[in-house]
Write a protein that binds this ligand. Structure first.
Ligand code: ADP
Length: 348
């Protein structure tokens, strides 16, 4: 198989199981985001792919070759860390050329490569500047350029954008995605920011507690979360527990929801996104009764919290902002829950 395969990977630091039985296959040219809360094992997995960390058990296979024991400097992968790790005493050009210089590439080729890479990251003509003269976003691009100098097979990024302010971070995400598409380079980005993962990735690997929870394209993760952890971690989700009353009908606090996809009997948990819920004045075939507890304007939409007797958390309903005219606190509302929007969840 061409691409990267991780097979039954385990990593323990003494008693801490940082990674438990991780298996993953990634085709060449894909943009993969390793996403999860702090401490879930994302960086450990990236560092093992890079060869910076040894494994307790398992294999890393690149294009059918077992590279598990190959040291980092012989893998020639490009890496960018949060700290960027640029050399402050070298110029921009010297920083970018560094990996070429230590491999004995001629001065002429180094110079041409520096110019090519600076153009690639949209910063032509700054080779002679000091690193200290550049802004945070510009330094970021220089670190990316340096990581790409060796035309690496894999491009590995560990939260490189987390130190940037929100606007610049968004711009860099777009830039990174564009660059990755242009070069067609297999890329792994570690992030705890679900928006960053949604906007950049072809494939999102959601992790928690050293275990992979789901591997899928961003929209699939959002629309069809595999379990309650994924549903809750990605965007806003209403997680509701209920009991199948009769086939296709689920009793929940405040009402009954039509759900042909539910199992024939028993207790279930399902997830439904705020934008799929609707507010009505009268009950319908699939609705829950509650009272408006809180409203919040978010620009293009309005978020309505509906308190339902028996539900620990308010239901969150997202409406287009022009629909808020008749909403008042304490008002009784019927939340229509469309069956097609309900995702029955497996155990997390
Ligand atoms: P993430 O990148 O998702 O924040 P990490 O991969 O850094 O998570 O860490 C996963 C787990 O492994 C955490 O419990 C962390 O404390 C532990 N860990 C990471 N590196 C080391 C280390 N060098 N020594 C001991 N424990 C470590």
């Amino acid at each position: 198989m061409s691409g990267l395969a991780i097979q039954n990977l385990n990593k323990a630091y003494g008693p801490v199981h940082a990674l438990s039985d991780i298996s993953l296959k990634v085709d060449n040219g894909q943009f993969v985001c390793l996403l999860g809360p702090s401490g879930c094992g994302k960086s450990t997995l990236l560092r093992i792919i890079a060869g910076l960390e040894d494994v307790t058990a398992g294999h890393v296979i690149l294009d059918d070759r077992n590279i598990t024991e190959v040291p980092a400097h012989l893998r020639d992968f490009g890496m960018v860390f949060q700290s960027l790790a640029l050399f402050p005493h070298l110029t921009v050009g010297e920083n970018i050329a560094y990996p070429l210089r230590i491999r004995g590439v001629s001065k002429e080729v180094q110079k041409a490569e520096v110019e090519r890479l600076l153009k690639l990251v949209h910063l032509p003509g700054v080779a002679d500047r000091a690193i200290t003269q550049l802004s945070g976003g510009q330094r970021q691009r220089i670190a990316i350029a340096r990581a790409l100098a060796l035309k690496p097979k894999l491009f590995l990024l560990d939260e490189p954008m987390s130190a940037l302010d929100a606007k610049l971070r968004e711009a860099m995400q777009v830039e990174l995605k564009r660059l990755q598409q242009e070069l067609g380079i297999t890329t792994f980005l570690v992030t705890h920011d679900q928006k960053e993962a949604m906007t950049t990735a072809d494939v999102v690997v959601v992790m928690s507690g050293g275990v992979i929870q789901q591997v899928a394209p961003p929209l699939e993760i959002y629309r069809n979360p595999a379990n309650a952890f994924v549903a809750d971690f990605i965007g806003v989700a209403n997680l509701i527990e209920g009991r199948v009353a009769t086939p296709g009908r689920v009793s929940v606090p405040g009402g009954v929801v039509a759900m042909p996809q539910a199992p024939a009997s028993g207790k279930i948990t399902f997830s439904v996104r705020p934008e799929d819920l609707e507010l009505r004045e009268v009950p319908c075939d699939s609705s829950v009764v509650g009272r408006i507890a809180f409203t919040r304007h978010l620009g293009s939409s309005i978020e309505v919290s509906v308190a339902v007797d028996g539900l620990a958390k308010d239901l969150i309903v997202s409406l287009p902002s022009r629909q808020d005219a008749r909403l008042s606190l304490g008002q009784e509302v019927h939340v229509h829950v469309p069956s097609s929007a309900c995702v029955v969840l497996g155990g997390a």
